[in-house]
Design a protein around this ligand. Structure first.
Ligand code: FAD
Length: 322
């Protein structure tokens, strides 16, 4: 692999123009320049990705990753950006978006296969329409199948990995491999085996139930979710993971976090683990508020909260000045 191109290398417009042309020609991925990631994150914050590519198939993705390696271009796979904090400086590399190439959802008996770029809500809906149970409690979780897998997203005691059989991933070398569920090491909002890999497909074995029963369970979940969560203002869902034996939201509330503001963002009054963008918030505002809350919780409870939200484009730790 070549030396990794730095942010300063990628300031060279001629080089970046050339990379875009080569990506389109050699990998057949549509490629954008300086695409604002605030358009691709549910927080509506984040600077530009120097290159932003849409593979239209798995083989295009294989070629794209191999190309990035061959020229030393850092890459990052984004889903729907609903659990992602991107720096205001953006990302000096190539963001890979599967939204145009891996969205198929196929049902065959009790088996359900979904592309990594499929919208999770659509998967839950199609499962319900086919009387397939096992994802009802995931209804209303925004984001895609790849993002959900990478996060092991879940709610109300159910996780996306519960009914999983296997997944297809493209490794950091650009080669596709299949991983069985027990090779992934799923944990609470974690899936270690996916680090550096791009998930292109997931196979689930669902449980056949009465269609009306599954649809009703999905509707109940959505009603419950709207009652508990903050679904109207831009956010990334829960910011912190729950520490062992505790609840981040309760801790943040106990330190007076609810309603706390930094610039254009504030802690939701409805859910203390949500930071909402009230319109003009920046990524730097979110970081300042996260640090403040984490410090207050540490001072009062002696617990250092861990981030549930993933980050992109920051130098070093989010919790220290760099
Ligand atoms: C209002 C709201 C409510 C939420 N409620 C919940 C909830 O109840 N439960 C819950 O678990 N989460 C919840 N979330 C968080 C979020 O919806 C989930 O984590 C979701 O699964 C993220 O999917 P995404 O496609 O948006 O991923 P992104 O945010 O785009 O990415 C998240 C991570 O997944 C990786 N990733 C994305 N796609 C792929 C891929 N194809 N291959 C490999 N890696 C990939 C990214 O690199 C990144 O590390 C909520 C968010 C919001 C905004």
């Amino acid at each position: 692999m070549s030396r990794l191109l730095t942010a300063s290398d990628l300031k060279d417009q001629k080089l970046v123009d050339e990379l875009k042309v080569r990506i389109e020609r050699e990998t057949s991925c549509r490629c954008l320049l300086d695409e604002m990631l605030s358009k691709h994150t549910s927080w509506r914050v984040g600077g530009p990705a120097r290159l932003y590519a849409y593979p239209s198939s798995e083989s295009a993705l294989n070629r794209l990753i191999q190309f990035c390696n061959s020229v030393g271009l850092a890459f990052f796979t984004i889903g729907y950006g609903t659990n992602l904090l991107v720096s205001d400086d953006g990302f000096a590399g190539c963001v890979i978006d599967l939204a145009e190439g891996a969205r198929e959802i196929v049902v065959d008996g009790e088996s359900l296969t979904a592309g990594g770029g499929a919208w999770l809500g659509e998967v839950v809906r199609i499962a319900a329409e086919n009387g397939l149970s096992g994802m009802e409690k995931l209804a209303g979780i925004p984001g895609g199948v790849g993002g959900g897998m990478s996060m092991n997203a879940g709610a109300f005691g159910m996780a996306i990995s519960d009914r999983l059989i296997d997944v297809t991933v493209v490794g950091s070398d650009g080669v596709s491999v299949r991983l069985e569920k027990d090779q992934i090491g799923f944990g609470y909002r974690s899936a270690p085996a996916f680090v550096g890999k791009t998930i292109t497909r997931a196979n689930f074995l669902m449980l056949k139930r009465r269609k009306s029963q599954v649809i009703r369970a999905v509707e109940d979940t959505i009603t419950d979710r709207f009652r508990r969560n903050v679904m109207t203002l831009p956010s990334a869902g829960s910011v912190f993971k729950n520490p062992v034996g505790g609840f981040s939201a309760k801790m943040v509330e106990a330190v007076g976090g609810k309603g706390m503001k930094e610039g254009g963002v504030e802690v939701s009054l409805l859910h203390a683990n949500f930071i909402v963008n009230t319109g003009s918030g920046s990524s730097a505002d979110v970081v300042r508020l996260i640090r403040r809350l984490r410090g207050l919780v540490h001072d009062q409870f002696g617990v250092l909260l861990e981030m549930e939200v993933r980050t992109l484009g920051f130098k070093g730790s989010l919790f220290e000045d760099n």
